[in-house]
Design a protein around this ligand. Structure first.
Ligand SMILES: Cc1ncc(COP(=O)(O)O)c(C=O)c1O
Length: 405
């Protein structure tokens, strides 16, 4: 083999080198922060601040598949505050759900298959159907009769037990709290859990935004997680960390989860920086949630004053609205919001506030709806023209803005 010349190696180095910074990166980033302060699309858009980065960069440098000290501290801290034995840091809530459905599953025809009766839309209908794809989990969503939250009365008739080979026995009840930003009353969670446990059914919590429940109700994380064998808590949503979800549960469950994390390709390496961001988010961003909830409530109040419909109320950080009672369609709002001198980003019925939301964006959004309402009225639209008030099914609050073709 001919020996590599310095010239050839220099060429290789040049080919392989990469610069991901744009020519105006610092300015772009300032604009990005401004943009997300005016985006009601998702709380996953939040970005790490200089302060978060400075704290996180001092975290330990281990490889998390072996042992990463800062990550281990984060895991044990979250386990402690939720009253569980152990915790596991995962890259996303999606991989966590897939894992949970696998790990809680009974050994069934020789492999881990879970027959899951699932009570929340994210697991059942979102995340690209990952739980069903990877785990063969048969999840069955249940719509609450009261259109707000599940009660044992909703669940009991759907429980499958016994020895009938035609049906998949109920194995897990999974609740999402908050769900669409709304809070399940803790008494109902406890009642569901007591009844489930008396029948040998496992309880799992999708607590992606359980922080918001604690901030709004004053209940401790332990009280909120006690009714469940396992819980997932996202750090990358309302708390504003860039990446991460922590799964908590019993020590044997988490040992097994660590195995499955590797199997699913979720074993990450130098996660200390990410654990540092998460710790910063717990310490400095969690206290910002009451302000976020107040912004969402201000949004709801302003919309109601304009006569805009509310599909799901602002109990925490988000609400779902319906502009049809003032003669306006979602796509019109989205397009006009994008054309404002200081644009606002939306994508449909969900309006989500986060720790980097600008209060001015809310006032500008309300002003835009006021303008649209006046324009419609000037063009002859009358409240009598409004479509009959929709009975919004619980699952139908997510409406995407689509311009008719
Ligand atoms: C309630 C809930 N659970 C789980 C997930 C999935 O989390 P991830 O986006 O980290 O995969 C989401 C995503 O937004 C969510 O809203």
């Amino acid at each position: 083999m001919p020996s590599l010349t310095d010239v050839r190696f220099a060429e290789l180095v040049q080919d392989i080198a990469c610069d991901v910074h744009s020519k105006t990166q610092d300015d772009d980033n300032i604009l990005k922060v401004q943009e997300i302060s005016r985006a009601f699309v998702s709380d996953t858009l939040t970005v790490p601040t200089k302060e978060m980065n400075a704290y996180a960069l001092r975290a330990s440098l281990g490889d998390d598949v072996y042992f990463e000290p800062s990550t281990a501290l984060l895991e044990s801290h979250i386990a402690k505050i939720t009253g569980k034995e152990a915790g596991l840091f995962l890259p996303t809530g999606t991989i966590l759900h897939i894992q949970s459905s696998q790990m809680h599953g009974p050994t069934y025809t020789g492999r881990f298959t879970c027959r899951l009766r699932n009570m929340f839309p994210t697991f059942a209908s979102m995340e690209a159907g990952g739980a069903a794809f990877h785990s063969g989990a048969n999840s069955i969503p249940i719509i609450p009769a009261n259109e707000h939250h599940l009660t044992w009365e909703d669940i009991e008739p759907r429980i499958v037990s016994g020895t009938d080979v035609h049906v998949a026995p109920t194995h897990i009840i999974a609740l999402e709290n908050t769900l669409n930003g709304t809070i399940i009353p803790q008494d109902d969670v406890i009642e569901i859990s007591k009844n489930a446990h008396s029948r040998g059914i496992i309880m799992h919590l999708d607590g992606a935004r359980i922080w918001h429940v604690a901030a709004e109700t004053g209940l401790s994380m332990k009280e909120l997680c006690d009714p469940f064998e396992s819980a997932s808590l996202c750090l990358s949503k309302g708390l504003g960390a860039p990446i991460g979800t922590v799964l908590v549960g019993s020590a044997p469950f988490i040992t097994k989860a660590r195995w499955f994390r590797k199997l699913f390709g979720g074993g990450m390496r130098q996660t200390g920086y990410l654990a540092g961001c998460a710790a910063y988010a717990l310490t400095y961003n969690f206290p910002m949630l009451p302000r976020v909830h107040a912004l969402a409530k201000r949004m709801q109040q302003g919309l109601e004053q304009l006569g805009v419909g509310i599909l799901s109320p602002a109990e925490t950080c988000m609400l779902f609205y319906d502009p049809s009672p003032i003669g306006v369609e979602y796509w019109e709002v989205v397009e006009r919001a994008a054309q404002l001198p200081d644009p606002i980003k939306l994508n449909g019925s969900r309006l989500l506030m986060h720790i980097q939301t600008s209060p001015q964006a809310i006032e500008d959004f309300l002003e835009l709806l006021r303008t649209l309402k006046e324009e419609k009225a000037a063009a002859g639209w009358k409240p009598e023209n409004a479509p009959p008030k929709k009975k919004t099914l619980f699952r139908d609050v997510y409406v995407k803005a689509v311009r008719p073709t």
